[in-house]
Every structure is written in C-alpha cells, then in structure tokens.
Ligand binder design. Sequence first.
Ligand code: AMP
Length: 217
Amino acid sequence: MNIILIGSPGCGKGTQAKRLVARHSMIQLSTGDMLREAIESGSGIGKKIKDIMTAGHLVTDDIVIKLIDEKLIKNPKAGLIFDGFPRTLNQADALKKILKKNSIKLDAVIVIEVDDNTLIKRIVTRSSCTDCSKLYNDISDPVPADGKCAHCGSDKIVRRADDNEKSIKERLVVYYKQTSPLIGYYHAHGLAHMVDGLASVEDVEKAINHILLAVDE
Ligand code: AMP
C-alpha cells in the first residue's frame, strides 16, 4: 500500500506517518526531514535552502523531485508514505512519472484537515527530540524538567527554526496557494480521502487505518 499524506503544517502528517511505520512497517519519505538533514550536513543544497525553509517558503520543485527520484526503487520491500511531498501540482505530475517508471501504484491520498488557529497554536508550542523524533508540546506534553527526552534520554530537544509565528503564517499562505489545489487533483483521480485532524492522535490513526483497509479490499 503506497500513500500520500497531505495537510497544512502542523496537521499531524509526521506523527501519523511514524505511527504507520510502527504499525505496518511502512517506509516514511519526508522531504522536510530530507531537507533538514541536508542543512545539518552542511551540504551545498543545505546552504542553498536554509533561509528559504526558515522563511516558510517552498524550496524549488527540482530539488525535492530529485530527492524523491533518487530514493525510489522498483518493488520497494514495504509500502511507502509520502509525507510532505508533493506540495505543488508540478511535483504531483513529477511523482506520477516517477511512480510509473518504478512500477509503483499509488493507493490513497489522505488529507488531514485542521483549522488555522489550532495549527498555529500547535506549532508555536512544539519541540522534538533530535535523536528519537519524539514530539513535545509545551502545554499537553511538556519536555521533562531535567530537559532530557522521556523516550530516549537524549538532551537534544529542539524547536524547528521555521516553527515561529511569522514563518507559520507564511507556510499557511503557501499551503493554500500551492498545495491545497492538490486535493482537487487527487479527488479527480479518485484517490483523496479526508480525515478530521482535530480528533485525538489515536482517532486520526484509526480513521487512516479504516481508509487503508477499505482501499485494500
Ligand atoms: P515539513 O517538515 O514537511 O513541514 O517541511 C518543512 C519545510 O521544508 C517546508 O516549509 C518547505 O520549506 C520545505 N519542504 C518540505 N517538503 C517540500 C516540498 N515537497 N516542496 C518544497 N519545499 C518543501
């Protein structure tokens, strides 16, 4: 089963992707994670995209399309989760070609819906562990008082450079202008399924699993 997760920043794509990986041993392909790794490694691409990402803009299509093209292989051993890709119609067309080239079928596109005010609140209060990716929220699940990750004990808990109010507002504008047209695109392909992202993490997960079961029949 190969799926795309679409939704505005902070809707829970990453959290749900990690749950799908744990439950169904799927492979998460997050372009955001790949780009952050490029920045961390100090590579040429990383230097080029750092300011663009911090400002909340999209990096150019050719960079992310190349990243995905390089990752995909024929007959992957597990189902794929595209998390944060595609984000433009041009990327969606490129993905269609890359999938065809590798004989990979796209089974479903899950759209996680959350209102803007909730998203902004979620993002300005979130941080995560660099070592195990556990997410924290200042209000509902704060970082332990000793500053160490409750899951793996690491002291590397950070806020993303683009998780500030100015950047989030820009990311939302970018989402509505460039990414939300993909919902219509995938509806037209009969692949889009909407999920209420305001429900609890567990209920969103159940809704996604329900869709995957129905699609698999
Ligand atoms: P994410 O981790 O998915 O929230 O992505 C963080 C940032 O990475 C975005 O705000 C963009 O700057 C960049 N990014 C991630 N995926 C893409 C993509 N498919 N196309 C362009 N930029 C992307």
